[in-house]
Ligand binder design. Structure first.
Ligand SMILES: C[S@@+](CC[C@H](N)C(=O)[O-])C[C@H]1O[C@@H](n2cnc3c(N)ncnc32)[C@H](O)[C@@H]1O
Length: 388
């Protein structure tokens, strides 16, 4: 494998993940019993402060995810206020990236839709916090695979490396590799964590087998054939009995009441991007296909957990209110980066101009500010084992 960046001078970031969590709360839901209102016809607060809130929230929740009861007493929650690899060199062109429409993209591939700049890293960090909060009732908030003492862990598409760093902190005896297309923005990682620059579609050269391989929010990164290749490589690079785990979100925004108008831009958001991604040949519906692809690759005992992620502080339950608050920031900071590449290259009826995208995003962001919305999206977690 290729370039590694690991510096050890700066202070360690707060690591909420290493703290044991409190009372059990089942965050998973079964498939919706009724068809929820679907978006579309077819289908900073500082990180440290939020992390501190996770344990507090976990200690005070006792309500199932299914309910997502609405907090009628709240004020507007949308104010936004509270809410060892082979080498160590990194080419400067990788650091500079490729600038397009005001966003920075990795140079290693020109077909990946996501920017790799500070704004996108902030979005990814918010996503990481969202999933920590929603798993705050579990002793291990980072993964479900039954690997109590991991020795070698790989995080594919690690982004800023937040998940990999938290796993390395929680399991100091493990070696954790995180890999992405660009040098990590992180100035400090634990000594047992290696953030590497590599394209996972190229040959893997890690010399050891892993006992856990993790992927999160890799939707739209690969063609169907490339996904099969990635799962095959995961299988081959896991030790017998090792686990693969993947977390992917459904880009469609939904509600269980009438609060999301079917003619709103948010309602059409998900389908808009599902269609763009189909035209790009890299589906965003990864959450619906990953389980069968893992099974096809040979994984067994594949388990599937679907859960709701509120957007906005509308739920009554404290955990989901906090999750919704963070998810609002996740969306608010993410919209531009999620939209720009796909719409300017694959928008319909013809590719959109960057200004059209900016106006669209501004309007969607404005709609998100509506405190009367009770919206959410689904996220799915799937994990399975390579036979012993
Ligand atoms: C949406 S981000 C998710 C980041 C992180 N897993 C998280 O949950 O915050 C997807 C990441 O996958 C990376 N990625 C896409 N294609 C890749 C490839 N072929 N090899 C390595 N990383 C890739 C992107 O650069 C991006 O950082």
């Amino acid at each position: 494998m290729a370039d590694t960046q690991q510096e050890a001078n700066a202070p360690q970031p707060a690591n909420a993940a290493s703290e044991p969590a409190a009372p059990t709360q089942q965050a998973a839901v079964t498939e919706p019993a009724h068809e929820p209102a679907i978006a579309g016809e077819d289908e900073s607060t500082t990180a440290a402060v939020v992390r501190e809130q996770i344990d507090e929230v976990a200690a005070d929740n006792g309500q199932g995810q299914e309910a997502l009861e609405i907090d009628d007493d709240r004020d507007s929650g949308f104010t936004g206020d509270d809410s060892a690899s082979d080498t160590t060199s990194i080419a400067s062109s990788m650091l500079r990236g490729h600038i397009e429409n005001g966003r920075k993209y990795a140079t290693l591939r020109d077909d990946y839709w996501g920017p790799s700049d500070d704004q996108q890293f902030e979005t990814m960090d918010a996503g990481h916090l969202l999933y920590l909060i929603l798993n705050s009732d579990h002793h291990n908030m980072l993964f479900r695979s039954p690997v109590p003492h991991p020795q070698h862990v790989l995080d594919i598409g690690t982004g800023p490396g937040t998940w990999a760093i938290d796993v390395a902190d929680k399991f100091p005896e493990a070696i954790v590799n995180g890999v992405d297309l660009y040098p990590p923005p992180t100035s400090w990682v634990p000594p047992n964590c290696y953030l590497e620059v590599e394209d996972v579609l190229q040959e893997w050269t890690w010399k050891h087998k892993f006992d856990l391989i993790h992927l999160r929010l890799m939707l739209g990164a690969f063609t169907e054939e490339q996904w099969r290749d990635v799962y095959r490589k995961c299988y081959e690079n896991l030790a017998p009995g090792g686990w693969i785990e993947e977390v992917e979100l459904d880009v469609r925004v939904m509600c269980d009441d009438e609060s999301l108008r079917p003619d709103s831009l948010i309602a059409g958001w998900g389908q808009n991007f599902l269609d763009c991604a189909e035209r790009a040949g890299r589906s965003l519906a990864t959450q619906t296909t990953m389980k069968s692809k893992m099974e096809h690759a040979g994984f067994v005992d594949v388990q599937d957990q679907l859960f709701k992620c509120p957007i906005g502080a509308w739920p009554k339950n404290k955990t989901f209110k906090e999750a919704g608050r963070i998810n609002f920031h996740h969306w608010s900071s993410g919209l531009d980066g999620w939209a720009m590449f796909l719409l300017t290259k694959f928008g319909a009826p013809q590719p959109w101009s960057a200004d059209e995208v900016r106006v669209y995003v501004a309007k969607v962001r404005q709609e998100l500010q509506n405190p009367r919305l009770h919206i959410y999206h689904f996220t799915r977690r799937v994990w399975g084992q390579k036979p012993l």
